[in-house]
Design a protein around this ligand. Structure first.
Ligand SMILES: *[C@@H]1O[C@H](CO)[C@@H](O)[C@H](O)[C@H]1NC(C)=O
Length: 161
């Protein structure tokens, strides 16, 4: 955990020094995926993304390990977290990358789980100003995904972000 923090502090410093709220955040995607490893070293997250509760994009919009989310999808998700009202997820599902995942549960008004048969699932966690979202492929574990998402979201929260 200490190593993780050191790494994250380094990455954040890099972002701030470059005063670049664009691609530097993509390093957090790699970090998140690495955090999703189980004891055998298997990664449980294949794609992730971070965006602001104000709908601003923190990570790149597309790329190899980027969970691509349309503006409409970002809007819906950010609105739900801002208002802590997840009824639209319950009634209409959670749309990510054009896939409609079935809402499973929300914990503490900040962690949302959704899945779709043969498409794996989605875990998202809000910090004070952002949403960290990850996809786990079919057959992988949401528990490892939420652990990984939590490391990043709680780190942002500790920085008041
Ligand atoms: C997801 O997309 C479907 C159409 O594909 C739409 O009916 C539904 O309302 C959307 N869900 C949310 C939460 O926006």
């Amino acid at each position: 955990m200490a190593e993780v923090k050191t790494l994250l502090v380094g990455l954040l410093a890099l972002c701030l020094v470059n005063s670049c709220f664009c691609n530097s955040w993509d390093a957090y995607i790699d970090n998140l995926i690495a955090q999703s490893k189980d004891t055998s070293g298997v990664e449980h997250v294949d794609k992730a993304s971070i965006f602001g509760l104000d709908t601003s994009r923190w990570t790149s919009v597309n790329g190899d390990k980027v969970l691509e989310i349309s503006s409409t999808e970002v809007n819906t998700i950010a609105t739900a977290f801002r208002s802590s009202d997840f009824n639209s997820f319950m009634s209409d599902g959670v749309n990510v990358s054009g896939v409609k995942y079935q809402f499973l549960k929300v914990e503490d008004d900040k962690t949302v789980y959704a899945k779709k048969k043969d498409h794996g699932g989605i875990v998202m966690m809000a910090s004070k100003t952002a949403v960290v979202i990850a996809h786990y492929p079919e057959g992988k574990q949401s528990g490892n995904a939420v652990k990984a998402v939590g490391v990043i979201a709680e780190y942002l929260e500790s920085l008041n972000m």
